[in-house]
Design a protein around this ligand. Structure first.
Ligand SMILES: [Ca+2]
Length: 490
């Protein structure tokens, strides 16, 4: 077949499946982006996505903390149902996703996608009881459905402070083995508690263990000197790996799950971003995040694949100001509200804990410049993303995630109801349906006083300032039953 004929056949054949890029920010809140009303922090690349795609105003992370949120978005299952994935994990926790459980990347892999995770993992590694970072780390992202991986194992503030590429520590030196502990100290290295004079970034709460790059962390680490990251270079490193993945696989359908470290603590953006926001180190970290988004968008533009790529930008939980380091957030005078009009922050059942910015762009499919008030959650991704990219294929069934694709591309109203989760298998829950939201009360147990139920009408009172539980006991009773049934349902 001549080249011209092949080209003609390809041009007239069925449209190639779209690429999928999910950019998951860390701890960026509902009020942090310009397109969500921030007048302090410049975010031109996110704002561009809002102009070219859809901005959601009622999108929720599945939990108000990292690990359970990430577990749910990968598995379509509320994290409180599966204890290992339900709470914030240490850097030595085993892989929290059972390797026989279906996941979003596995579905896309079966559909012919090249899959990659780049950035923050925080879903555990290895078979347990404690991750061994010396040698091949099995099981890991590959066993969850990612053919390629370049990850921060846990968080920026937790040891080990190394990158793991395809399940091996990057820059590993067998002569300098890595030991990590979340119990007793290992090795002789200085800690924040023993050598505070060595710190260039001081903790405000906790974060008092091994000092790496002038920052005391959660947990103890020794060895792996050559492999340790420099916090100021994390965004450059992981953004570079994400861009390389797109370049290498631009001729085949690809799924990139790019989980940035910004704006999690410690907030140490590259010096070129320092002072670029009106809100100190945290704002500068968001400017750095926006730069990362821009690098991805310009790569898609460069290779002319933007029109055939579904891009989602959102956050793993609500925003937070002071989160354990003295980075200026405790005394911030900029007036910036990281969660905009919402009550509370990361970790809360109030909206500030889990209502997050979410931008979706897919030219020709998602109306440009549109705004959706549909109720959606990241737990819906395993049902929704394959439905968008494999039209006509039988929908997969997921424990809790539902197909809300019509809310992405048309005027769908999203979920009927949604359970909000904090942390742990028995972590506090709340329920949302329509305008109503219930944070249930609890009876007095031993020395613990009874807690009154809190009922809010979010359409009238987004800030959750008025508890309507006494005024509407019938709604409280109805939502209590709905929550019980939703939690009981598998
Ligand atoms: Ca987070």
């Amino acid at each position: 077949m001549g080249a011209w004929l092949l080209a003609a056949v390809l041009a007239s054949g069925p449209a190639a499946p779209p690429n999928v890029v999910v950019i998951l920010a860390d701890d960026i809140g509902y009020g942090d982006l310009g397109c969500y009303g921030s007048t302090v922090i410049p975010t031109p690349n996110c704002d561009r996505l809002a102009r070219e795609g859809r901005r959601f105003t009622d999108a929720h992370s599945p939990s108000s903390y990292c690990t359970p949120s990430r577990y749910a978005l990968m598995t379509g299952q509320y994290a409180f149902r599966h204890a290992p994935g339900s709470g914030v994990l240490s850097g030595v926790a085993p892989l929290a996703i059972p390797t026989d459980r279906d996941t979003l990347p596995k579905v896309l892999q079966r559909a012919g996608y090249r899959t990659a995770v780049v950035g923050k993992w925080h879903l555990g590694l290895g078979a347990g009881p404690a991750t061994d970072y010396n040698g091949a780390i099995e099981p890991g992202p590959r066993d969850v459905g990612f053919a390629d991986s370049f990850i921060i194992p846990a968080t920026g503030d937790r040891v080990p402070c190394v990158f793991v590429r395809n399940q091996h520590v990057v820059g590993y030196d067998p002569a300098d083995p890595i030991r990590v502990s979340y119990g007793k100290p290992v090795g002789e290295e200085p800690t924040g508690a023993s050598h505070p004079q060595m710190l260039t970034t001081r903790p405000s709460v906790g974060h008092n263990d091994t000092i790496i790059n002038g920052v005391s962390r959660i947990g103890f680490m020794t060895g792996g000197q050559r492999a340790r990251w420099k916090d100021e270079d994390i965004a450059d490193t992981i953004t570079g790996r994400a861009v390389e993945f797109i370049e290498a696989h631009r001729h085949e359908p690809f799924f990139l799950y790019f989980a940035t470290h910004d704006a999690h603590v410690p907030r140490l953006p590259h010096p070129r971003f320092r002072g670029k926001s009106g809100q100190g180190q945290r704002g500068d970290a968001i400017v750095e995040f926006d730069w990362s988004v821009g690098q991805i968008l310009s790569t898609l533009d460069k290779y002319k694949i933007a029109d055939n790529t579904l891009v989602i930008v959102t956050s793993d939980n609500g925003g937070v100001m002071d989160d354990g380091y003295q980075d200026g957030t405790a005394t911030d005078a900029s007036g910036h509200k990281c969660n905009g009009p919402l009550r509370a922050a990361k970790g809360s059942l109030h909206e500030g804990g889990h209502r997050v910015p979410m931008l979706v762009r897919w030219p020709g499919h998602v109306p440009a410049g549109s705004v959706s008030g549909a109720l959606v959650s990241h737990v819906d991704w395993p049902a929704t993303i394959p439905a968008l990219v494999r039209p006509g294929k039988t929908a997969d069934s997921w424990p809790d995630g539902v197909d809300v694709s019509s809310a992405y591309t048309a005027d769908g109203s999203g979920r009927d109801s949604l359970v909000h989760h904090t942390n742990g298998p028995n972590g506090a829950l709340a329920i949302r349906q329509g305008p109503w939201k219930l944070i249930p009360g609890s009876p007095a147990i031993g020395k613990k006083a009874a807690v009154e139920p809190r009922l809010f009408h979010l359409t009238d009172d987004l800030a959750e300032s008025t508890n309507l539980a006494k005024k509407h006991p019938e709604q409280v009773a109805r939502l209590e039953t709905l929550l019980k049934n939703s939690v009981g349902r598998k």
